[in-house]
Design a protein around this ligand. Sequence first.
Ligand SMILES: *Cc1c(COP(=O)(O)O)cnc(C)c1O
Length: 429
Amino acid sequence: MARAKMKHARLLKTAHRYLVGGVNSPVRSFRSVGGVPVFVKKAQGSRIHAADGRKLIDYVLSWGALILGHAHPAILRALSKAIKNGTSYGMPTELETQLAKILVDAVPSMEQVRLTSSGTEAVMGATRVARAFTGRDKIIKFEGGYHGHADHLLVKAGSGASTLGTPDSAGVPLDFTRHTLSLPYNDFAKVAAAFKKYPKEIAAIIIEPVAGNMGTVLPAKGFLKGLRKLCDRYHALLIFDEVMSGFRLTYGGAQKVFGIRPDLTCLGKIIGGGMPLAAFGGRREIMKVLAPLGPAYQAGTLSGNPVAVTAGIVTLQWLKQHRVYPALIERTKKLCVGIQDAAADAGVPVRINFIGSMFTVFFTEEEVTDYETAKSQDGGLFRKFFHAMLDQSVSMAPSPFEANFVSVAHTDQDIDRTLRAVRVAFKQL
Ligand SMILES: *Cc1c(COP(=O)(O)O)cnc(C)c1O
């Protein structure tokens, strides 16, 4: 173990010289759990092959992108064929239409889509379209909801229902977040109050219909339906940011599970099959404000990239043809119930939120329903748990405010091994 850790420490030291913090996305740095991040050599199925030679059962799965597991043979075959035809054209292809049709068929609220290369871009496009369509400026988001790193959405909260947003990040002018209202997740009354205060100024509500970026948090019964009604009453748009939840809970989005039709939807992660690909879309009459048809500009040199689109098509076809969700959901449930039982036996206070194939273990006695309650967890216990799992070759998300994921490649043996590790870890807390 000590040798293994030294290997990663050495790689990190060199990385630090050339990359800011040694990484290209902040959570990867292990800042919230301490210690040295695992450098990856390659990955296969449910396993990360770490640079030190260890094989880890992986529940990060590229932050949820890899629902088929790592290096899925069907994707690899299709990609090696696709790259022989060239890697980018900057001109339209039939493949893009094919992927768009698959998305539209799977997510009926989307009549037309625009492909982008990241979830951040998809959300930027969707909020711009919402503002252009409604002619309004204000956007309601929810505390603990992450919608990528665009300036206007990097807002956690002010205090009180309708406090206008203050930026979460340096480098974001206060003026850029002036039109962002951040409200507590699952607090319908506060949303209704915001609409009462600004009846003609709110362009859209953007929400993760199942939150994943404060840890997994489910929408309270009737909450999404209530938002739909408010949006209808005040002529605002409802945007579901399903970059994480899309194709994670079922084939389609959380919108299918909860039976709510948003006006705009953002997708990413899974729909790219591990390649840089995302999308936003919605009703035709709304999407037509987008350039080249309308006045709202949005573009991308690599948007609709043929290699990425190929990975997306193969992933979604596989998910559809192999009816993977019942087994995936069953396996996730087995894991979560097992963790719950282990916690009860060890006398460790945990709350496990799970749905579909995503879950979070919160070290708290409180029910976790929003960002405030997510923050009630014991960060110290989480850190110990995280490292105890990693020491037993199980890789979980390196922050207490993240979701973990199960893939099609995870076997019952993987789950059993993980549960044995969990029991050992809980004893060490
Ligand atoms: C990951 C994520 C994003 C951002 O996507 P990137 O591809 O990282 O830019 C946006 N919204 C949600 C809900 C996400 O989970």
